[in-house]
Ligand binder design. Structure first.
Ligand code: F6R
Length: 243
């Protein structure tokens, strides 16, 4: 694993954006795997800045997001469709035919998961997958479990994830209880993986996931087996490591 330590969140965001930008410059028709959550927002803002400066062209890029809540309409302000449109798609000219997310409003969740994996395969797979890291070690919504799930699937969110997400909803009762997520196999099939981590609250899980044993109880620990992973984190997130 390749670790890149930065002073703070802004420097982390710039570094992550530069890595994503290099991918787009080197392969203009690449497939970017994207994440939501608070951590990548700064990187998306930096990509927007590069696009506005005329330094980046997304016209041939396709994207595939990690996950989406079940039951939220695409225009719900907490849906991941809405988030991605707000923070990236609408800012860099990515149009509906270029972007892909699991459809949390699909009547048949199982069929939707199969469709989503087929879509990613039809695109030729993900070139660079961006990931955040949950406090419990989840990636996408692959929560701690007894085994590593394979393809895109329906998950029941854990109490700690519901709790963490509740800050974004008016009431805890409004937080969706289920999500569709790329599976571990889908994520591990990406040619390159970029993880962004920031803040002292992530320090214990950074240590456990990337320096501890590989176990489905800490889903991100599987990334240790991927041949091309870069973890960009600020000093606070790496504070419990020797980096
Ligand atoms: C988001 C996602 C999640 C987040 C993780 C960290 O699409 O799949 O795994 O990356 O929960 O979230 P933040 O960045 O808010 O700490």
């Amino acid at each position: 694993m390749n670790f890149v330590k930065t002073t703070d969140y802004d420097a982390m965001s710039r570094k992550a954006a530069h890595i994503i930008a290099s991918q787009v410059i080197l392969k203009p028709d690449c497939v970017l795997g994207l994440a939501t959550g608070s951590t990548p927002i700064g990187a998306y803002a930096e990509l927007t800045r590069m696009y506005e400066a005329g330094d980046l062209d997304f016209s041939r890029v396709h994207t595939a997001n990690l996950d989406e809540y079940v039951g939220l309409s695409h225009d719900h302000d907490q849906s991941y469709h809405y988030f991605m449109n707000l923070h990236l798609f609408s800012k860099v000219g990515l149009t509906a035919d270029q972007v892909n997310l699991p459809d949390g409003t699909a009547k048949d969740a199982k069929a939707e998961c199969i469709r989503y994996d087929q879509t990613i395969r039809a695109l030729g797979g993900v070139d660079l997958q961006l990931l955040g890291l949950g406090h419990n070690g989840h990636i996408g919504f692959n929560e701690p479990a007894d085994d590593f799930p394979a393809g895109t699937h329906l998950v029941d969110l854990t109490e700690s994830t519901i709790q963490a997400n509740s800050r974004l909803f008016e009431k805890k009762e409004d937080v969706p209880r289920q999500a569709l997520t790329m599976g571990i196999q889908t994520i591990m099939s990406a040619k390159k993986i970029l993880v962004v981590v920031s803040g002292a609250d992530k320090a214990p899980i950074v240590k456990e996931a990337f320096f501890g044993p590989i176990t489905p109880r800490v889903p991100a620990s599987i990334l240790q087996l991927h041949p091309d992973v870069t973890i960009v984190g600020d000093a606070a997130a790496f504070s419990q490591t020797d980096l």
